[in-house]
Design a protein around this ligand. Structure first.
Ligand code: CU
Length: 269
């Protein structure tokens, strides 16, 4: 990918001059085409919600429900709920609601919900525009009432860490304690070649996928915790195996920094 910044104003003015008529054209064309051509069937709500902890009050979710922005075609769409051993804990009864054609759900076999991280993976073929969208998210089952001593034992750290330089920005990333099926901490540190912190960073995103287990993409936005330091915690690495992580650093008035990395991860010993 070619990268350049707007170092000189002339180039910037030229690009803006070219962009205005283009933007007007896009607006005119956009108004002639029904809106849903651009939207696809994207999830607008998840139950249980993304990254939530359930079960602490003794109630377990009996369904996974996803509402989409368009109508999913039931014959070609799915929702699957899997545990950290990639075993399905749903009842394989995917259905679109009779009351709301944009809402679909699958029943969960609550007898199979033990303490741990669960992945909800979905695919939707839109009846409105024929496009396919897919993704995953995770939730945690925590049974505080019957938590045993062994569940809270300290897990030995097994950190994964690496560095790269993209567009003169040094990027260091770390995953800790680096076991699947539990919460991990994800940190990204950014500095330029002089060791200074870049000031134009908007967001740092991590997008996780595990092709073998058909999980993902699962998106996580990290929080700024210090100068050039971004961090987040979650059960995104919900199952063992090979994962690919796409890291995207979005910047003001500069191209995104993109870096992908893969690794193998195991469930805790
Ligand atoms: Cu679409």
């Amino acid at each position: 990918m070619t990268k350049y910044r707007y170092y000189n104003n002339q180039r910037l003015i030229l690009s803006v001059t070219l962009l205005i008529p283009l933007a007007i054209m896009m607006l005119l064309i956009g108004n002639l085409i029904p809106q849903n051509v651009y939207s696809h069937a994207n999830p607008t709500s998840f139950t249980p919600s993304s990254n939530s902890v359930v079960g602490e009050n003794g109630t377990l979710p009996e369904k996974a429900v996803i509402v989409f922005s368009e109508r999913p075609e039931p014959k070609a769409s799915y929702i699957r709920v899997t545990n950290s051993d990639n075993e399905r804990v749903d009842k394989n009864d995917y259905a679109v609601s009779a009351d709301n054609p944009r809402e679909s759900s699958i029943s969960i076999d609550t007898s199979k919900l033990k303490q741990g991280i669960y992945t909800v993976s979905w695919l939707a073929l839109s009846r409105d525009d024929g496009h396919i969208t897919k993704g995953s998210y995770v939730f945690t089952v925590s049974k505080a009432s019957n938590r045993s001593e062994t569940d809270v034992r300290a897990i030995t750290n097994n950190d994964f860490a690496n560095s790269t330089t993209i567009d003169n920005v040094n990027v260091t990333y770390r995953i800790s304690p680096f076991y699947s099926g539990i919460n991990n901490n994800f940190t990204v540190s950014l500095s330029d070649s002089d060791g200074k912190v870049p000031t134009n960073v908007k967001t740092v995103l991590l997008i996780f996928s595990n092709k073998q287990a058909e999980l993902g993409p699962i998106s996580a936005e990290l929080t700024k915790v210090g100068e050039g330091e971004y961090s987040g915690s979650g059960g995104y690495l919900s199952q063992p195996g090979e994962w690919e992580v796409k890291m995207i650093v979005q910047r003001n008035e500069a191209y995104d920094l993109n870096h992908s990395f893969t690794f193998n991860i195991k469930n805790p010993p």
